[in-house]
Design a protein around this ligand. Sequence first.
Ligand SMILES: Cc1ncc(COP(=O)(O)O)c(C=O)c1O
Length: 478
Amino acid sequence: MLAIDRSESTFLYSQVIDLIDEQLRAGTLRAGDRLPSLRRMSDKLEISIPTVRQAYLELERRGRIEARPKSGYFIQPKRQNRLVKVGCKTCQPTEVSCRNLIDRVYAGIHKPGVLPLGIANPCMASPATKTLHRAMKRVMSRAEDRSLNYAPTEGEPGLKRQIAYRYLNHGGAVDPAEIIITNGGQEALAIALQAVARRDDVIALESPAYPGMLELIESLGMLALEIETCPVDGVSIDALSEALETHDVRACMLSSSVNNPLGSVSSDASRERLVQLLESRDIPLIEDDVYGELVYDGPRPKPAQFFSRKGLVLTCASFSKTAAPGYRVGWLLPGRYFEASSKLKRALSCSSGLLTQMTLTEYLASGDYDRHLKRLVPVLKQNAARMTAAVEQYFPANTGISAPKGGSVLWLELPRKVNSEKLFDAAIEHGISIMPGDVFTAGRRYRNFIRLSYGHPWSEAIEQGIEVLGGLVREMAD
Ligand SMILES: Cc1ncc(COP(=O)(O)O)c(C=O)c1O
C-alpha cells in the first residue's frame, strides 16, 4: 500500500523516492516498467504534481529512471555497460574458418520449439502482421498478372522511389535509379563485396563483426582484418588508420550505424571522418545500415553514403530488421560501382520477388511503415532494459553487459572460465538458443562472450530462460 506520512520530517519528494525504491527492492517494479504518470502518482499519494515531479527528476539525475518524450518515465537497469574492452589492438589479416561452428549454431537456433534468444529478429518484438497482410491484399486485388512476373533486375521503380524519399527525410538526396533492390541485406553485402574485391584481398571489419560478413569473406577466399571497436561509439578510427598504414586493405565492411552484436552507434562526425580517411586512400567502404532505423534515441544516424565525395561508399540496407525478414527485400546503393553491382545482381539472382516489393511499396506509401517503426523502437528499448535487468539478477556479478543504443541484442562478457560453445550446447539441451561469441570473429577472440536477442514480445518464458542460462553460467564459472 503506497502511503506518505505527513507527520514525518522527511521531505515529501524523498518519501516518494523511498516508496519507489521499496517497490524496486520488492521486485514489483523492474527495469523497463513505466512509472505512473505525474498526475496519477499525485492522485494516488494525495500530494502535489510538482512534488512528484521533483522526486522523478531526482531519480532521473541518479540514473534510476528515464524520461521519454510523450511516453512517460521508465525504470532503468541498475548498472550498465560494464564491458570495458572488446576487440583487438593489433590484429593480422586472418583466414576465416568459422563455417563449422556457424553450421552447428544455425542448426541449433532453428530447431523448432527452442527459446529463440539466438536469432536477431527485431521486428518480431512488435510484428506488423495485420498491416502488411492488408497491404499485400490491396496489391493482389489490383495487380492482376503483373505481380506474378519478373521484377526488373534493379527492382520495382515504385519501391526505389519510396526508399529515395525516406533518404530525403534523413537529409540526403538519392536518385531512385542509383538503388538496386536485393534479396535482403545479405545479398546486398555479397554483391558489394564482389564488386570491390577479389580472392586473397584484405577486408577490414569491426571486432566483433556480424557473422554473415565473416561467412562471405570465407566463401570468397578473402582475408579478414579485425579492427578494435568501442562498445559504445563503434569502430575506432585511430585503430583503423593505423591498420591502413601497416596492411594493404582492399575494402572496409562496417556496420557503421548500429553494430551487431555490440549495439554501439558511431556519431555522424565519426562517420564523416571515416569516409574522409578511406576516400583519401581510394578505399571503398561497404556500410551495413540494416539497423539504421532502429536507433532508440535521437535522430537516425546519417548513412556514411551522405559524406561520400568520390562515390566509394556502398550502402547495404534491408526491410528484414524493421518489417519482414521472410520477404527477403533489401537494397544496395553502390555509388560508383553501380554497373558492376547490377551485373552481379543479374548473374546471382536475376531479380528479387515482385509481390513482396509491391507490398512494401504500398506499405511505405500508406504511412503504415512509419507508424509501425514508432511502435517498434520503444518496445525494443524497453526489452533491452528488461533483459539487462534479468541478466543482472541471474548471471554472476562479474558479467559484462553492453548498453545497446539500438537494434535488438545484448553482448555479454562471461567469467573467463566459461566456454560459450559449451554453454551453447548446454543451453540447447535446455531448449534455449544463444549465439556463442566466436561466431563474431575470425580469430577466436570471444570464447567467453555470448549474444542474446530480445527481439520478441517480453514473456515469462524469456525471463525463465535467462534464469536457466544464468544457472548454467554459474556452474561453468565455478
Ligand atoms: C548486421 C546485419 N547485416 C545484414 C544482415 C542480413 O540481413 P537480411 O536478413 O536482410 O539479409 C543481418 C541479419 O541478421 C545483420 O544482422
